[in-house]
Design a protein around this ligand. Structure first.
Ligand code: HC1
Ligand code: SF4
Length: 573
């Protein structure tokens, strides 16, 4: 431990703390802008300046280590003026159309300007022509909003190990963009959106699709079905001021009904269906000597990563479509037949924590007889916006239930949204099949948690199955490299494109760098899902009564001919 004084208060903190962290211990939030814990700790923006007795000039507290006997001041005239002029300089050539900005009232730069009491910008900076790149289906990059903090650059480079974004040009003309100023759509970007949730402003955002959904809802000729991903219910509440990790399943369903969707179904139902298909695919591959390890295919960011960077592993990908695509296919076949609705008149909307799902839904490989499974994908943030647009008082909504049939789900499906959830759900079913009984020990806690790579061996029906759970593409690359050189061997791997799994997907509500310093949102949001698991009547996918009915009435059995036509796909080499 080290003892130092901050603003005349003596404090003891661990030896390797920064001044920024130590200040928190005395209840002072030093302002920051480029700082993002574990992602961007470079002291570049100079907003977090402090005075250290005996040191020359002001120091960046986010990178400055504490020392015994140090005397620090965080709020003097000199500091306030320096911070103010730094932010004024950023604002001077920033696109300041805050009222119409997608991050209005949710922007770290805007908050900072308010906290520093900036009421006018004394000089006008040089505004250069900047680009808005809206070519991809998932992500929009607007350089006029960019403040060159580098948070996106470093999340892509260090956390995802992809390096799509970097600083290009020099001086006034510096811009953050893919190499040679290309569109993100023309680069091997996986659309994970981790750059979006790292951006303090609106320089990176999802491609919104709200208007198309309103149009469909308003069209009396169109039957609009909505489905929600497992992770949305663990975070939507944050859009309405609820604490991180509050489960809002009932209110979310009530809101969707009020918005005018004709049916509110649950991607969780299809998560159970995925387990049936994927579990049997695994059993088949093990028995028949198919390609192993089999790797999950529900995260489209991961699938793109595999296609671009590790195409030699394409045969390892499960042929299963991702759950929301499966649900779309079932809605436009089984459900349409049962309800006697022309599938061409059905419009399926997926509410997802993910930006990559937007482009996944447009993949021609996923169409069935020329029809897309899913017609529009909205992020959790976009759903929040629709609810606000409709002036619905979210907090006053009474809990509602998903519509029957395709809204029924088990605890196994609920946990899909957290890293390790798909693996645990699969094991619950595969174990019962191999052991031929209804096993009671179903919590595979060694695949839970946020450790980058989790491994386990499970003995089922006399066979030992080696598994791994990986999240974030940097970790995925590490594991795939080890498999390539024969250092590791597995039967089954769950890979999710984002660290933490879907709960921290690129479409989830924005959480400021300040809050991310205090809590691990991956852990908090996952708690909500594990809680959902424990309260469900059934906790294994194959016990979902509606799944049984769907196979009895329509699909016959897992991996049947019909199941293949509707629920499986192939990949791009
Ligand atoms: Fe996911 Fe999935 S868990 S991919 O993270 O398999 O997005 O939540 O919907 O499709 O079910 C996301 C979440 C989601 C699919 C499921
Ligand atoms: Fe990098 Fe993901 Fe952003 Fe693409 S979407 S630039 S891969 S962080």
């Amino acid at each position: 431990k080290v003892t130092l004084t901050i603003d005349n208060i003596e404090v003891q903190v661990p030896k390797n703390s920064t001044i920024l962290e130590a200040a928190k211990a005395v209840g002072v939030n030093i302002p920051t802008l480029c700082f993002l814990k574990d992602v961007n700790e470079i002291g570049a923006c100079r907003v977090c300046l402090v005075e250290i007795e005996g040191a020359r000039g002001l120091q960046a507290s986010c990178v400055h280590p504490v020392a015994e006997g140090m005397v620090v001041k965080t709020n003097t005239k000199k500091i306030r003026e320096a911070r103010k002029s730094t932010v004024e300089l950023i604002l001077s050539n920033h696109n300041r159309e805050c009222l119409t900005c997608s991050r209005n009232r949710n922007c770290e730069l805007q908050s900072l300007a308010e906290e520093l009491n900036i009421s006018e910008i004394p000089f006008e900076g040089e505004k250069i022509e900047t680009t808005v790149d809206a070519k991809s289906d998932s992500i929009v990059r607007d350089a006029s909003k960019c403040i060159l903090c580098g948070r996106c650059v470093n999340v892509c480079k260090n956390v995802q190990k992809i390096s799509i974004l970097d600083f290009t040009n020099r001086g006034y003309h510096t811009e953050v963009s893919p190499a040679f100023g290309k569109s993100m759509a023309d680069s091997p970007c996986i659309y994970c959106g981790q750059c979006i949730v790292s951006c303090p402003v609106a320089a990176l955002r999802e491609k919104e699709d709200i208007e198309r959904v309103w149009d469909a809802i308003e069209d009396p000729e169109v039957h609009v079905v909505v489905q929600t991903a497992p992770a949305v219910r663990a975070a939507l509440g944050e859009e309405f001021g609820l604490p991180i990790g509050t489960r809002v399943t009932g209110k979310m369903v009530a809101a969707l009904k009020r918005l005018g969707f004709d049916r509110v179904f649950d991607t969780n139902f299809a998560a159970d269906l995925t387990i049936m298909e994927e579990g049997h695919e695994l059993l088949h591959r093990i028995k028949e000597g198919g390609t192993l390890p089999m790797i999950t295919s529900c995260s489209p960011g991961w699938v793109r990563f595999c296609e671009f960077y590790y195409p030699e592993f394409i045969p390892n990908l499960s042929s299963c479509k991702s759950p929301h695509q499966m649900l779309g296919a079932i809605v436009k076949s089984y459900y349409a037949e049962k309800q006697n609705i022309d599938p061409k008149k059905i419009f399926v909307v997926s509410i997802m924590p993910c930006t990559s799902k937007k482009s996944e839904a447009t993949r021609p490989e996923l169409q069935v007889e020329g029809l897309r499974d899913v017609d529009a994908v909205l992020t959790t943030r976009e759903l929040g916006k629709m609810i606000k647009q409709a002036r619905i008082e979210f907090m006053k909504l009474e809990d509602a239930e998903f519509d029957p049939a395709l809204g029924e789900y088990t605890g196994a499906a609920a946990i899909f949204g957290a890293t390790g959830g798909v693996m645990e759900a699969a094991l619950r079913t595969v174990a019962d099949v191999l052991e031929g009984e209804d096993l009671q020990n179903i919590e595979y806690t060694n695949v839970r948690g946020v450790e980058g790579i989790k491994e386990a061996e499970v003995t089922l029906g006399g066979n030992t199955i080696k598994i791994a759970v990986v999240h974030g593409t940097a970790m995925a690359a590490q594991v795939l490299d080890m498999i390539k050189v024969g250092e590791k061997e597995y039967h089954f791997i769950e890979i999710m494109g984002c660290s933490g799994g879907c709960v921290t997907g690129g479409g989830q509500p924005h959480v400021s760098a300040r809050v991310k310093m205090d809590c691990d949102i991956r852990v908090e949001r996952a708690k909500a899902l594990y809680e959902e698991d424990t309260v469900r009547e059934y906790r294994k996918s194959h016990q979902n009564p509606m799944i049984k009915k769907l196979y009895d009435e329509y699909l016959e059995k897992p991996n049947s001919h019909k199941a293949h036509k509707l629920l499986h796909t192939h990949y791009r080499a």
